[in-house]
Design a protein around this ligand. Structure first.
Ligand code: 5GP
Length: 208
């Protein structure tokens, strides 16, 4: 096979970057800020059956849909992955994802561990990144400090977080979110490095 410089300068298909974290690890801030460093990336907007929180915008934060509509889309195969999280349904619209990847745009998926597993199974070369809190103690403190959740909800999220952290084994990278700027820089560096992997441009020769 011929290897030319052109092989590395031509457009390649987009890359899927999955970012998962237990709630309270600061993932939302992280993903928003990394898009300021890499504005050429797209953030996938999921569909969800949960009710909007104050300040959330339809079509921007999520596509808020009824359970009936969600199930209809699910039956029609419209989700690239989906999962039930904290009693609500969430799914990544397949058509939008495929369109962006075809255009050569890299896409960031802010999804839970169940969804990440599905994407890793079906999307070749998807990159999965897990965001960790500095400690379980700090995670608990952050969950309680939000002040928006009832005690029972905090307890549920805490138990779920401990379960989710075990899923880190299926991920490619981790980022400890001690300091937001540092975590954003690490995430941006992972994205930049993954984009220049030789195997994304040519099939590598097997070692003799
Ligand atoms: P929240 O309701 O707090 O925005 O999100 C709750 C959890 O659902 C987060 O862990 C978030 O990453 C996850 N999530 C959001 N959208 C999707 C999705 O489309 N698929 C899956 N599997 N998880 C999602």
């Amino acid at each position: 096979m011929t290897v030319s410089i052109r092989s590395f300068t031509k457009r390649r298909p987009g890359i899927v970057f999955i970012v998962s974290a237990p709630s309270g690890a600061g993932k939302t801030t992280l993903t928003r800020q990394v898009l300021e460093v890499h504005p050429e990336m797209s953030l996938s907007v999921s569909c969800t059956t949960r009710t909007p929180r104050s300040g959330e915008t339809q079509g921007e934060d999520y596509h808020f849909v009824s359970e009936r509509a969600f199930r209809r889309m699910l039956d029609a195969g419209e989700f690239a992955e989906w999962a039930e999280v904290h009693g609500s349904l969430y799914g990544t619209p397949r058509r939008m994802l495929e369109r962006q990847l075809r255009k050569g745009r890299d896409v960031l998926l802010d999804i839970d561990v169940q969804g990440a597993r599905q994407i890793k199974q079906h999307v070749r070369n998807a990159v999965a990144i897990f965001v960790l809190p500095p400690s379980l103690k700090e995670l608990r403190r952050r969950l309680a400090a939000r002040g928006t959740d009832a005690r029972k909800t905090i307890e549920q999220r805490w138990l779920r977080a401990r379960h989710e952290i075990r899923e880190i084994q299926g991920y490619d990278y981790f980022i400890v979110n001690r300091d937001v700027d540092d975590a954003v820089a690490r995430l941006a560096a992972i994205i930049a490095a993954e984009r220049v992997k030789v195997c994304r441009f040519i099939q590598k020769r097997k070692p003799a």
